[in-house]
Write a protein that binds this ligand. Structure first.
Ligand code: GDP
Ligand code: CA
Length: 337
């Protein structure tokens, strides 16, 4: 088969670490095919810290695709040091439990400088990414400051408090039950025209195996995003971030519990819903251990296939991406298994 000059446009909606690993596999699978990849990243975990705009999910994707992330830790920069954050600690500035490495701080300083110069987050992200050879177009879902906050009962005095998502996730390790998530700033926010266009003009839209609540859920809650996903002519295929009733890495179960969704591949599929029923997906990949749940998910109006979904290395992840794209090619109603 000859490769067309412009291959398919693949659009991925993603969170940080799970999203980044998946996109790296997708990029490997599509390498040399002429396909283009546009990534729409969650910005709900973003925070102003020590005067700097920190965008954890954008940076996880940028570092992972740029080959500069710390694979052992799973986040942050390779060969990192922490001299600057020790100084910030000494001044009592920032969050002592949220360490920002020196190289990582360089990114946040550069981003904040670009934002202070009047660039949008989309433009600033493009400038930062120009340094790395990512092979994808990386877009924040919105240029507006929208931050996920978590309503908890303070374990000390029982009072209702609202804390930034990162405080709940990193400081409390999601151990304090979340009563609900609040997206601060969302009422006046909009998805960017670039993100909406990427969804509407895509040939395939993939929903990465990312946290369904605070990564994908927040991205899709930005006004304009879910409508674009419902409206696009492209097939929309998601990959389950839950395998055998467990979030594979991280603590996504705690987020699902807060919104009353069971931590299973089928409950997350039902939560996203089938586009034929007003939801967001046409197809759903589950892990082989969840194959028995496939027929129940198909009854929701989704095409389902069971394949290995552990992103153990780039080749395994590339095979997942291939399976997702293959599922997207099957016409609606086709039994894909
Ligand atoms: P974060 O923003 O850094 O939390 O990252 P994401 O939201 O992109 O992804 C986190 C979620 O990805 C986890 O909660 C898991 O449910 C999922 N995940 C992580 N690793 C894997 C994997 O190897 N396979 C699958 N299917 N899901 C994974
Ligand atoms: Ca995140």
């Amino acid at each position: 088969m000859t490769v067309p000059p412009t291959g398919p446009r693949v659009c991925v909606i993603a969170g940080g670490v799970g999203g980044a690993r998946f996109i790296r596999g997708l990029r490997s699978h599509l390498d040399g095919t002429g396909a283009t990849i546009t990534v729409i990243a969650n910005t709900g975990d973003d925070v102003w810290l020590a005067g700097l705009r920190v965008c954890p999910d954008l940076d996880s994707i940028m570092y992972t695709l740029g080959g500069a992330n710390d694979e052992g830790r799973g986040w942050g920069r390779l060969a990192e040091s922490e001299r600057v954050s020790a100084e910030l600690d000494a001044y009592g500035v920032g969050w002592p439990w949220f360490t920002l490495g020196d190289l990582d701080l360089g990114t946040h300083i550069a981003r904040s400088s670009l934002l202070r110069d009047g660039l949008t987050l989309t433009e600033a992200t493009r400038r930062l990414c120009a340094r790395w050879d990512l092979g994808v177009d990386l877009l924040p879902v919105t240029d507006d400051d929208v931050e996920t906050h978590v309503e908890i009962l303070d374990p000390l005095d029982g009072a209702v408090r609202t804390i930034h998502f990162e405080e709940w996730w990193v400081r409390h390790r999601a151990a304090v039950p979340a009563r609900r998530f609040v997206q601060k700033g969302i009422a006046s926010a909009q998805a960017t025209p670039e993100a909406i266009t990427a969804v509407l003009h895509a040939d395939v839209v993939l929903v990465a195996p990312s946290n369904p609540v605070v990564s994908i859920g927040t991205a899709l809650a930005i006004p304009g995003m879910a409508d674009a996903v419902r409206a696009t002519a492209a097939p929309v295929v998601g990959l389950s971030p839950i395998i055998g009733g467990r979030a594979v890495r991280g603590m996504a179960e705690a987020c699902l519990a807060a919104i009353g969704v069971e931590a299973t591949a089928s409950a997350v599929a039902a939560h996203y819903g089938a586009r034929s029923g007003g939801g967001l997906l046409d197809g759903w990949l589950v892990d082989t251990v969840d194959a028995t749940s496939a027929s129940g998910i198909e009854e929701l109006g989704l095409r389902v296939r069971a394949v290995p979904l552990w992103m153990t290395d780039v080749d395994t992840t590339a095979a997942m991406a291939a399976a997702a794209l293959d599922l997207a090619r099957h016409p609606v109603g086709d039994r894909a298994r």
